[in-house]
Ligand binder design. Structure first.
Ligand code: NGQ
Ligand code: ZN
Length: 452
C-alpha cells in the first residue's frame, strides 16, 4: 500500500486541493480531498490521471524519421506503406520487443499510462506462423511488462490486399490469418496477457480493405465483449475504393451493417460526410484520432469541431509512433482545426473554457472507453495511473489548474512531466523512466543492426 498527497489534483469532479490518494494492489483504493498531508504520505505538487494511447503499431517506432526522403514519384500514404512493409519484413521477434520496450518507456515518460496495441505483425519473415502462434504477441506483452504500461492487446485480423476480398500482397505476408488461425491466435494471446497485471484483450479487424464482410461477422463474437477496433476512411483512395465496391463510404458501410456502439473504436475516420459525422457521433463509438501520424502521412483532417458539437467521443493514439506524447497529439488535433477553420480555440467546450482541459477530458474518457476500462481518471477502483507535473518548467510557471494543462499541451514539447505511476508503481521520476537507459541500449542495438 502507498499513500500519495498532492497539493492539487484533477479528479473526475474537477480540480481539488490537498488530495490524498491511497494505492493498494495497483489500484486506487481511496481518494480524499481537503486533507493535510500525513507523515506517511509521499508528497507531490500537481497530479493528473494518465491517459491512453488507444492506437499504436509499436514496431513502427523503429523506422521513425526513415521515410522522409522523396521517392521517384509523388510520395503518399501508399508509398510510405511500402517503406513500412519493408521495415516490418526485416524485424525478428527480439527486435520487436526491443523497439516496443523503448516505445512504451517513452509513452510513460510523456503521459500515456495505457496503450491499445493494434498488433498485426504476427508471423515469421516468410509468412509462416511461429511455432508459438502468439510469439510476437508475447514480445509485446514482455515490453509492457518491462515498462509497466497498461496493455490492451488488440490482435489484428488481416486477410486481403483490398476491397472485395482481393488477394494480399507479398509484403503483407506476415500479417495474414484465416478466421480459424485467428481464433487460435486470439486464444493464445489471451493466455499471454493472462499473467500480465492490468492487461486486457480486444480484437482489431484491420480495415474494410483487409477484412471481408463475412469474416467481420465471424470475428465479432471472438471478442467476447472486449473492444473492437478498425481502421476506417483514413485516405481518400480508400473511400473511393469502398464506394466502387459497395456504393457506400467506409463509415457509412460500418454504420449500416453493424451496431456501432461503445465497444467500437473507428481509427482515423478522417473522411466523413456531415451525415456520417453526425451518425458516428450518435452511435456512442469512439473515433480513435492519431493527429500526429495523420499529419505525417498526409491523411487529411478529421471533422473534430462538428463531431464534438454533435456529442461524439474521441480518444487519441500515437499510431506510427513517429513522435510520442500526450501534448503532441492534443496540440496537433487542435492545430488541425485552427488551420481548417482559421480560428483559435476551436475545440473548446464554451466561453472561458480551457482548450487543453477540454481536449484532455475528452481523450481521457474516450481512451478509457475504447480500451474497456471501467473507470477513467483518479477515482476508487481505477488502475493507479497518475502523472505529476514539474512546476519548475518555465511554461508552467505561475499557473494553476487548467492553465497548467494549457501550458503543458500548447507550450512544451518535453520536460513538463515529473513522475508517473503505472498500476501503482512509480516508473518515471524526474522525467526519466527507470528503464530508460537499458531500453535505449536495446533499441539502438536492434535498429543499428536492422539498418546495417
Ligand atoms: C497500419 N497505418 O496498419 O500500420 C496502417 C498502414 C494499412 C495507418 N493506416 C497499413 N496509418 O493501412 O494498410
Ligand atoms: Zn493504425
Amino acid at each position: 500500500m502507498a499513500s500519495l498527497h498532492f497539493a492539487s489534483a484533477l479528479l473526475p469532479t474537477g480540480w481539488a486541493e490537498d488530495v490524498q490518494v491511497v494505492i493498494s494492489n495497483g489500484a486506487i483504493s481511496s481518494v480524499s480531498a481537503g486533507v493535510a498531508p500525513t507523515s506517511d504520505d509521499e508528497q507531490h505538487e500537481v497530479a493528473l490521471p494518465g491517459i491512453a494511447s488507444l492506437h499504436s503499431h509499436a514496431f513502427q517506432r523503429g523506422m521513425a524519421g526513415l521515410a522522409e526522403i522523396s521517392g521517384p514519384s509523388t510520395d503518399t500514404f501508399w508509398t510510405w506503406r511500402e517503406t513500412m512493409y519493408r521495415f516490418a519484413l526485416s524485424m525478428r521477434p527480439e527486435d520487436v520487443e526491443a523497439v516496443a520496450t523503448l516505445l512504451y518507456v517513452e509513452m510513460l515518460e510523456r503521459g500515456f499510462t495505457r496503450v491499445g496495441e493494434f498488433h498485426y505483425l504476427h508471423h515469421d519473415r516468410d509468412g509462416t506462423p511461429y511455432a508459438d502462434i502468439a510469439e510476437m504477441a508475447g514480445r509485446i506483452a514482455a515490453a509492457a511488462q518491462t515498462s509497466g504500461i497498461g496493455l490492451t492487446l488488440l490482435p489484428s485480423f488481416y486477410a486481403h490486399g483490398g476491397f472485395g476480398g482481393a488477394a494480399p500482397h507479398d509484403g503483407q505476408r506476415r500479417f495474414i490469418c484465416d478466421v480459424d488461425q485467428f481464433a487460435k491466435l486470439l486464444a493464445a494471446s489471451r493466455r499471454v496477457i493472462g499473467s500480465l497485471a492490468g492487461a486486457s484483450l480486444g480484437i482489431a479487424p484491420h480495415s474494410l480493405r483487409a477484412v471481408a464482410p463475412d469474416e467481420l461477422n465471424a470475428l465479432l463474437p471472438l471478442a467476447e465483449g472486449g473492444p473492437v477496433h478498425i481502421h476506417a476512411a483514413e485516405q481518400v483512395k480508400e473511400v473511393e475504393d469502398c464506394l466502387a465496391w459497395s456504393s457506400q463510404r467506409p463509415v457509412q458501410w460500418l454504420l449500416d451493417h453493424h451496431d456501432l456502439n461503445d465497444r467500437w473504436c473507428l481509427i482515423h475516420a478522417t473522411h466523413m460526410t456531415a451525415d456520417e459525422t453526425a451518425a458516428l457521433a450518435r452511435s456512442g463509438a469512439t473515433a480513435g484520432l492519431c493527429p500526429v501520424t495523420e499529419a505525417s502521412l498526409g491523411d487529411g483532417i478529421f471533422p473534430a469541431r462538428d463531431y464534438l458539437r454533435a456529442g461524439g467521443r474521441i480518444g487519441v493514439g500515437t499510431d506510427s509512433n513517429v513522435l510520442v506524447g500526450v501534448g503532441d497529439e492534443l496540440r496537433q488535433l487542435e492545430f488541425g482545426q485552427r488551420l481548417t477553420h482559421r480560428e483559435r480555440n476551436v475545440l473548446t467546450s464554451g466561453p472561458a473554457a480551457s482548450t487543453g482541459r477540454t481536449l484532455f477530458d475528452a481523450a481521457l474518457a474516450g481512451g478509457a472507453q475504447a480500451l474497456s476500462q471501467s473507470f477513467a481518471g483518479l477515482q476508487v477502483g481505477a488502475r493507479a495511473d497518475l502523472v505529476t507535473l514539474d512546476l519548475s518548467h518555465p511554461s508552467l510557471a505561475g499557473r494553476t489548474q487548467d492553465a497548467l494543462l494549457d501550458g503543458w499541451i500548447f507550450a512544451t514539447s518535453h520536460g513538463a512531466i515529473d513522475c508517473v505511476w503505472a498500476g501503482g508503481a512509480r516508473v518515471v521520476q524526474g522525467g526519466h523512466h527507470r528503464s530508460r537507459e537499458t531500453a535505449r541500449r536495446g533499441f539502438n542495438t536492434a535498429v543499428r543492426r536492422l539498418l546495417a
